[in-house]
Write a protein that binds this ligand. Structure first.
Ligand SMILES: [Zn+2]
Length: 264
């Protein structure tokens, strides 16, 4: 679940790049790849276990799953198996709140972060390097001017997470990832339309620039039934296209490690 939201806000994030940057790209990614791509799946949905994981496994790809505690408990064993085979588990809160005005930093920490982290630590192993994904792409916590609400949210996340993924913006400049790691940019290319071309065009930008593209998916189903659903056919096309490109496809944590920004 995701609502469109511009995340550009002053000093805390990179400005989205409308045109290819003039500067040279990074020297290289592992395996001689020209860009990095991370596949991320939000909300801990059953359809991801049933359709996305088998598609990834068939192609030897590893992804990041941002689990919402309330959604995934019924299939905990299956999620543990997904983690055991090398996919990354990220934190997408306890109950996926999209309206955050009424939260103070301490109440959000207590109700949405501490509980989820305790649950994930108990069931997936203690992990101080977990990554967070903003529910609904909302990056404002509590009331006040935008910069204040964003900084409030980030100050909560800094205490518990190594990085956080937003839901908008261009591929990430690897040289800025350390600075921007609590607002990493990403898109949900099939959220509004079940069309693989948006994902491919977005990753092509990363290829041109030598950047890191992060894609967000929600339900992966035989057929699109509503907003956010990606058909298995579109999902397969995107994964197959990625396999043909000089791309390093890796979970977000692996990319952070490669960029040496994990342990700040
Ligand atoms: Zn979500």
């Amino acid at each position: 679940m995701l609502t469109r939201r511009t995340i550009l806000a002053g000093a805390t994030v990179s400005v989205a790049l409308a045109a290819p940057p003039a500067f040279a790209r990074r020297a290289g990614w592992p395996g001689g790849a020209r860009a990095a791509v991370s596949l991320t799946y939000d909300d801990g949905l059953d359809s991801q276990l049933d359709h996305a994981v088998p598609a990834l496994d068939a192609r030897g790809l590893k992804a990041t799953f941002f689990l919402t505690e309330e959604n995934m408990q019924a299939r905990l064993r299956d999620w543990q198996a997904v983690a055991a085979e090398g996919h990354e588990i990220g934190d997408h809160t306890v109950s996926h709140p999209c309206e955050l005005k009424a939260y103070s930093a301490s109440r959000f920490t207590r109700e949405q972060v501490t509980d989820a982290e305790q649950y994930f630590n108990a069931n997936f192993g203690v992990d101080r390097q977990r990554i967070f994904a903003f529910p609904c792409g909302v990056i404002d916590l509590g009331r006040g001017p935008q910069l204040e609400t964003e900084l409030r949210y980030i100050s909560v996340l800094r205490k518990r997470f190594v990085a956080a993924r937003a839901a908008d913006g261009d591929p990430n400049d690897p040289r800025q990832v350390g600075k921007d790691r609590y607002l990493l940019q990403a898109i949900a290319p099939t959220y509004d339309r079940d069309d693989p071309r948006l994902a491919i065009d977005y990753v092509r930008k990363a290829l041109r620039w030598g950047f890191w593209a992060i894609l967000i998916f929600h339900a992966v189903a035989p057929k699109r039934l509503g907003d956010g659903d990606t058909s298995i056919a579109s999902h397969d096309l995107i994964l197959d296209w990625i396999k043909t490109q000089r791309l390093w496809c890796a979970p977000m944590r692996s990319v952070l490690r490669e960029l040496k920004v994990e342990t700040a």
